[in-house]
Design a protein around this ligand. Structure first.
Ligand code: FMN
Ligand code: SF4
Length: 407
């Protein structure tokens, strides 16, 4: 397996979070380099690199940057998404802990490209420790005169999962409840107090300095044609060495787990993997055979790559219990704006709870499919369709386990 370190290059260094160590190891070189380029040239380089958003959706970063006006009378903003509340996902905090200056450099380059003078980092409420490290790095950057033309402000969330959704994040930053907004029909930027705003994930922005320093082709030399570059894949669950390890897209999933995760714990057999945070459909061990870690392959397998946070489950895992755990989370976190989501998240949680308590009936499984159908494609954001995908994948693929509890 080829070692590739684009964002994790400095993670192993002592005091890697400091400006001194960052600079000694190539930090802020890309920022110097961009002075030769115009903002539109930088957007073009990002487009050519094929960089895809690493917050879950995998949208083309260059296409999103291009939506930002270059000649607006209104100020433009960058909002960096560090909400990171998806269970199974803990990669952005690695960047903030071990290389916050890489993120700051990426922010400065992005702001130059989209002509923004102010960037906000929206950080998950529970991440106080990481917020402090980040603030320390921002203070160092101010003292070193790196932030003379652009301000960076950390905005701390209050711990709601839905605030990771980009429009809910902006509502929250505006001081309102974090409710997702209706999506526009045409492609346009996001809006922060009516001003054009780009929202990108921490890792997306942290990948920018490498591309600007080494060129679009250097980035494309990793990964696959349609999923170029690398991702900080994460592993948790029944694994010997859980953690975050950078790998190129297109890496074989089971080899990755064996190589970095040391295989399934206690010599047990693999039963299932949720490949990219709990919003992705579950895969059986058989489905994981030969599967590669890229957007296309995971979609082809009927799931998605999501954030690359893999949750590994061994042969002893009760799939109804695992599903209950996920549904409790969704039930708690639905923002409640849409009836199918508000009611469906709670109702499905209650039904699976009833099944686990031995009070379930066969019809309950059909009711769960009906609920899944009612939540799919009829809501403001994709939170409810994700519940639908998860429900259907668990019950379809592990039906015998559910049936055993209701017969
Ligand atoms: C329910 C929900 C939660 C989300 N949570 C996050 C999150 O914690 N972090 C993140 O970067 N993106 C999250 N997203 C995706 C964002 O809406 C947005 O697409 C992303 O921040 C854009 O950045 P990217 O293109 O760099 O990935 C979430 C989306 C949904 C629907
Ligand atoms: S789908 Fe759920 S989380 Fe998304 S806006 Fe509707 S109620 Fe809120």
């Amino acid at each position: 397996m080829r070692e590739c370190k684009i964002v994790s290059k400095k993670f192993h260094l002592q005091n890697s979070h400091t400006l001194e160590v960052s600079r000694q190891n190539g930090g802020y070189i890309a920022l110097e380099k961009i002075k030769e380029c115009t903002p539109t040239q930088i957007v073009q380089i990002i487009k050519e690199s094929g960089l895809r958003g690493k917050g879950g959706g995998g949208a083309s970063a260059g296409d999103k940057w291009e939506l930002m006006p270059q000649d607006s009378e209104k100020p433009s903003f960058l909002a960096v998404n560090c909400d990171e509340s998806e269970p199974g996902t803990f990669k952005d905090r690695q960047i903030i802990s071990y290389d916050p200056h890489l993120l700051i450099e990426g922010i400065l380059i992005t702001c130059y490209a989209i002509k923004a003078k102010h960037a906000y980092i929206y950080i998950r409420g529970e991440y106080k420790e990481y917020q402090d490290i980040l603030q320390g790095a921002i203070d160092e950057a101010y003292d070193a005169g790196l932030l003379n033309e652009c301000d960076i402000t950390i905005h701390r969330g209050a711990g709601a999962y839905i605030c990771g959704e980009k429009s809910a994040l902006l509502e929250s930053m505006e001081g309102k409840r974090g409710h997702p907004r209706l999506k526009p029909k045409q492609k346009e930027p996001e809006w922060f107090f009516g001003n054009p705003t780009l929202v990108n994930n921490v890792e997306t922005i942290a990948s920018v300095p490498f591309i600007l320093e080494n060129g679009a082709n250097a980035y494309r030399s990793y990964g696959t044609e349609k999923s170029p570059g690398t991702l900080l894949f994460a592993m948790s669950g029944h694994i010997n060495t859980p953690g975050v390890y950078e790998a190129e897209f297109g890496t074989n999933m089971l080899e990755y787990i064996e190589n970095y995760g040391g295989g399934v714990k206690n010599g047990k057999k693999l039963k299932a993997i949720i490949p990219g945070g709990v919003s992705c459909g579950v895969l059986t061990a058989e489905e994981c055979e030969g599967l590669t870690l890229d957007y296309e392959a995971l979609r082809g397998a009927g799931s998605s790559l999501g954030t690359g946070g893999m949750i590994v489950m061994d042969e002893d895992t009760s799939m109804p219990e695992a599903l209950k755990n996920i549904l409790e989370f969704y039930h708690e976190e639905s923002c409640g704006q849409c009836t199918p989501c508000r009611e469906g998240s709670g109702w499905s949680d209650k039904i699976v709870g009833k099944i686990l308590d031995g009070q379930g009936k066969k019809e309950d499984l059909e009711k769960l499919f009906e609920l899944a159908d009612s939540m799919n494609g009829k809501t403001i954001c994709v939170f409810a369709p994700s519940i639908s995908t998860v429900l259907v994948s668990f019950i379809t693929k592990f039906r015998q386990e559910f049936e055993a509890l209701v017969s």
